[in-house]
Design a protein around this ligand. Sequence first.
Ligand code: 15L
Length: 271
Amino acid sequence: MAAVPDKPVLLTGASGGIGSELARAFAAKGWTIRLTDIRPFPGPIPEGASFHAADLNDGAAILRIAEGCGTILHFGGIPVQQPFETVFEPNIRGLYHAYEAARREGARMVYASSNHIAGFHLRSETLPADCAFAPDGYYGLSKVYGELMGQLYWNKHQVVSVMLRLGSCRDEPTDDRMLATWISAGDIERLVERSVLADLDRPAVIWGASNNARMTWWGEDDRERLGWAPQDSADLYTDKLNGVGRGDPIADRYQGGTYCSDDYSRRDDLI
Ligand code: 15L
């Protein structure tokens, strides 16, 4: 029988696209999984799971829902580029509540970070896991904050985090950039499963892309320690998508794509 976590797992952002897929997949594997989101779960609650409606801004509710959990899968918050005021409460205050719950429970934190912590690196670079942060908007900046929060809670409270710097999670890639950044639903599910089950004595950082030939941007990370390797690939879509969506010089230059060109106002076009 497949391994099952010995304590309940809390999933925030359970009603989102990735969250709801993970909820169904892990419930089907027999995990005891608690789901939370401010929005209702899309469809029936999977058998073996429980749903607890809550706002990440409500710290007392998050602590209560997390009671007894051994892992927190933190997929809640704003998942795309948005103005500062939109991002701030869910992604900064809400993140703090999730980390406080992990600290209180002695739980592992599996954090849905993003490639946008490093979006302003050139596409010609290959980035190690300890590369300099280069966020490409307030969303990316909030994910940098999340990764630094993980460092604080490790150094001060021994909370082990797995930072998942996810690329483009779609049913299939839809443009030229995603020939590098795409990650399939299956690869994410296996990645999150290993993030929960792997024996880890310290934090880990993973670049989350499928096995794409064009993914030369992201280098070494902790995947071996986790026991994860991507199985799917965007390469099947190369002929169809080669060049699709290119033509914006800023987006084409940097890893973060249009997250970099959005609201861009430098006049020399160079950093
Ligand atoms: C992300 O972090 C977003 O959550 C996702 O919607 C995509 O925009 C992705 O990055 C990407 O870089 O394509």
